[in-house]
Design a protein around this ligand. Sequence first.
Ligand code: UDX
Length: 468
Amino acid sequence: MRIAVVGSGYVGLVAGACFADLGHDVILVDNDHSKLTALRNGQVPIHEKFLPELLTRHRGNRLTFSDDLKEAVRLSAAIFVAVGTPPTESGEADLSYVESVAREISGGVEEYKVVVEKSTVPVYTSEWVRKIILRSGTDPDLFDVASNPEFLREGTAVTDFLFPDRIVIGCDSERSAAILREIYAPLTEGTYYRRSDAIPRPDRAMIPPPIIVTSSKSAELIKHASNAFLAMKISFINAVASVCESVGANVNQVVHGIGTDSRIGRRFLNPGIGYGGSCFPKDVMAFRAVARESGYDFRLLDEVMHINEDQRQRFLRKVRSALWTLRGKNLGVLGLAFKGGTDDIRESPAIFIVQALIQEGSKITAYDPAAMPRTQELIPSGLTFANSPYEAAHGADALLILTEWEEFANLDLNRLRQELKYPIIIDGRNLYDSEGMAAEGFSYYSVGRAASYPDGVPAALFKNGKKA
Ligand code: UDX
């Protein structure tokens, strides 16, 4: 099938590359010429596993790049809209990009098309897109608007797209549903998974994935409600972690105990310094705004956001209580990205914490496997970058773990202890076992668990693992 994907951001680029891998002919449309040139020249603008392989496989054949939206619409049976929907000051999604794309699409509709929202948008957007296209004089029989929310996570976006838990298509006509079913048929009928060159199957994949057909409004709500629910799970466990700290319980044990209830589930119950990224913060806020506008006061979501902000402050208090004063202290930082496996620092709690510590006069040496170039653009001075976790720890008064990169969970603790001036680790992601760290000679602070000290004595009294 001929498909146009509008917008070459995370969702658009991954969707375009994956649709091509399913066997479709894809035109990826963007009005940013530097982006298009970079993509045509073989550059991969985001750090995403398997994306370079897919772009190399399909660039110039099944995947082409264009700035001519009207022509792309003319050539395609389905047009996926994956442009940005940034938050406005009041937290609503700014739909001006969606609107201008809808207006432009109408100029290319000469025969039947299905226009598919793929960006996360508030309920009623598909209705508005339809109105805008109609207002531009398009024949109502020549198009339908559908909603096909995307649930991919950054870092595992390609795998999430090709091995989804479910595919949701919100269609208000059988004709548009048929086209979307056909686009996803290689996944829902399983033919893609039998190919020898298919992207490797992840552990938990359900093959073939179910396709859920709903109204477009329900599909729009499914996306917002899914993200809000996951954010709520994280805030819930972070609140439980705070109670654990007060009463001396261990949040890991609590998570194990509640997560094994299959009605609750273990996933997204990792306590830490809160959620960040381009989706959860924005989508919870937007869903809150959508609910308010529709007459429902969804205060639960206020609390989800409040707990999330508080989590960063609690962590900063933990750093202060471990080190007493912050001015002039040398701190090693592991992790800048909003989560492991990505170079994205948007709404990253790690960046928030680093900036707060710099403001308080600490000297930071940070290491992140992927996010340092982006951080350097955002914070051009006042921050030193290291080439490894050990270099970040070298001579530091304490080491802070702020992102859950896998490699940070497997550090050489002996070496780390030797590098640090004081063997103090403040772990915002609970990557290590508390008692084990004390046995290794560290004063170890984490989230929702009691701090642990070598010989029960805080390591400020130790130097390089020996009593100072
Ligand atoms: C999220 C959704 O998971 C995805 O379905 C949607 O399409 C886009 O938003 P993403 O933002 O890529 O994906 O990251 P995700 O893996 O969900 O993590 C979001 C944030 O929550 C990160 O900051 C992460 O560190 C944090 N998190 C996640 C926790 O603090 N605890 C957890 O248990 C899980």
